[in-house]
Design a protein around this ligand. Structure first.
Ligand SMILES: [Fe+2]
Length: 463
């Protein structure tokens, strides 16, 4: 088979240039979160049914869907890709090995191979994005940042897809806490391509972390309104971010409006959709707000997914509707299934599940049953290891908030004051956090400080 180069000069085995051009179009659709990824992939496989990297990409896309039947298809695709690449180039063989590791739960091993690929092929955009994803869902912010930093010298604005690289750079810098550099990189990407979804999302995260809610509301509304029919479900995650901004300003009607029209407008089996919805309802419940029968729909969605254990981040959210619906049989079965997975597997998922996820699920269950002492007891020992389940700081904040709320409700006054002091130090512009801090101070007998904190909450909410 001929050896050809893609638009960034990365070597591929492909029948002809037309097939490789079609592959480049799939990569572009994938990088842009476009709804037509599947159609573009079919075109590439029609142009060359045996193109190794088209099959690897197909397997990666199966994995990204986070569904058990597609995980099984990814394993079969990995077998096929290994057979196709046996006589191919080393770059393709390594990608087939990544898919094999990933589909079998060895996400950390898959990331190691991707970094090996990138040492020789720093312009391999698929390897960059896949490593970016796997580091993110391993919760390793340093590896996530460095993965992009070390390939930057190989890139410049002339390389096709440069804005995508800058979008990933922005997000990795944001998660590592380098907010100024992250925003600069993200805005460079958006200026180059105003539809660069991941870059827009990265800048949104900077605004979330810095409490720039009004600016964030304008930023999301400006960019995301034009995504209908263009960007796939990931658009819902940007609407989730919009709701977070409204939540911090105590604009609860707006939050529920965005929830019903965008975050969970229709039932979805997508893991990110489920985590967006469940974590938003949890946040509303922390505030004592009535969310109606919205939990019921989510409980039905997750009930068939409780034995998958494909992504610890998703698993953590699957427990939320069970806990809030008081579904003891399913919750007990879920916990047993997690423990069995830990006992019968030895991979990246079982490692974090044993270290963090089982306790986290117990804590969430206890919270749903108003057993706040037990919530605290399960959560306190793991709070600084929660990053292991993956996801962003903004996403995992729901678990830290749950701990702080539980401490208040358990009347652990000293702990509650301490936890809310931490939170207002990080979330200086969140009116609700200041209100909770005021309540915690009052309960601990610090009435003057409580009054000052309450004034701060009112001032933020009135902006
Ligand atoms: Fe996000």
């Amino acid at each position: 088979m001929p050896q050809l180069q893609d638009c960034r000069g990365v070597p591929h085995t492909a029948a002809n240039q037309d097939a490789l051009d079609a592959y480049d179009r799939v990569i572009k659709a994938y990088m842009g979160f476009r709804v037509d990824i599947g159609d573009r992939l079919k075109e590439a496989l029609t142009a060359d049914a045996d193109m190794p990297m088209a099959h690897v990409l197909r397997g990666y896309l199966f994995q990204l869907m986070g569904l058990k039947p597609l995980n099984e298809r990814a394993k079969k695709t990995a077998e096929h890709a290994r057979a196709l690449t046996a006589e191919g180039n080393e770059h393709e063989q390594l990608h087939a090995a990544v898919l094999t590791s990933w589909a079998n739960g060895d996400t950390k091993g898959a990331a190691v191979i991707l970094e090996q690929i990138l040492l020789d092929h720093p312009l391999d955009l698929l390897a960059i994005r896949t490593a970016h994803y796997l580091h993110f869902y391993s919760g390793d912010t340093t590896a996530h940042r460095d993965s992009i930093s070390r390939i930057m010298p190989a890139w410049d604005e002339e390389v096709p897809g440069y804005s995508y690289l800058m979008g990933m750079r922005a997000f990795s810098l944001e998660e590592a806490g380098h907010y100024d550099e992250a925003e600069t990189a993200g805005r460079v990407a958006v200026d180059l391509d105003h539809t660069d979804t991941w870059a827009i999302h990265a800048v949104t995260h900077v605004m979330e972390m810095l409490g720039r809610q009004q600016e964030g509301i304008e930023w999301v509304n400006r960019h995301v309104d034009e995504w209908d029919g263009v960007v796939h479900q990931f658009a819902n995650h940007l609407w989730w971010h919009l709701a977070l901004f409204h939540l911090a300003l105590r604009q609860h009607d707006e939050v529920l409006d965005v929830y019903d029209k965008r975050i969970w407008a229709a039932p979805s089996e997508d893991g990110l959709d489920i985590s967006n919805a469940t974590s938003m309802l949890m946040r509303l419940s922390f505030r004592g707000l009535d969310v109606g029968d919205r939990w019921q729909d989510l409980a039905e969605q997750v009930s068939g997914r409780l034995h998958e254990h494909l992504l610890p981040f998703n698993d953590a959210h699957f427990m939320m509707p069970l806990a809030m619906q008081h579904d003891e049989p399913r919750a007990a079965g879920y916990l047993a299934s997690m423990r069995q997975y830990v006992d019968t597997n030895d991979n990246s998922i079982s490692e974090v599940m044993g270290d963090v996820s089982v306790n986290l699920a117990e804590s969430i269950w206890a919270f749903g049953q108003a057993d706040y002492d037990r919530t605290v007891a399960f959560m306190l020992p793991i709070r600084y290891r929660l990053h292991g389940i993956g996801g962003s700081h903004a996403q995992r904040d729901v678990f830290h908030t749950m701990l702080a709320v539980a401490a208040v409700r358990a009347e652990r006054t000293a702990l509650a004051r301490a936890l809310w002091a931490e939170r207002i130090d990080r979330q200086k512009n969140c009116a609700w956090s200041w209100q909770c801090y005021a309540d915690a101070l009052g309960a601990a007998g610090h009435s003057k400080a409580a009054d000052e904190a309450r004034e701060r909450a009112t001032a933020i909410a009135s902006v």
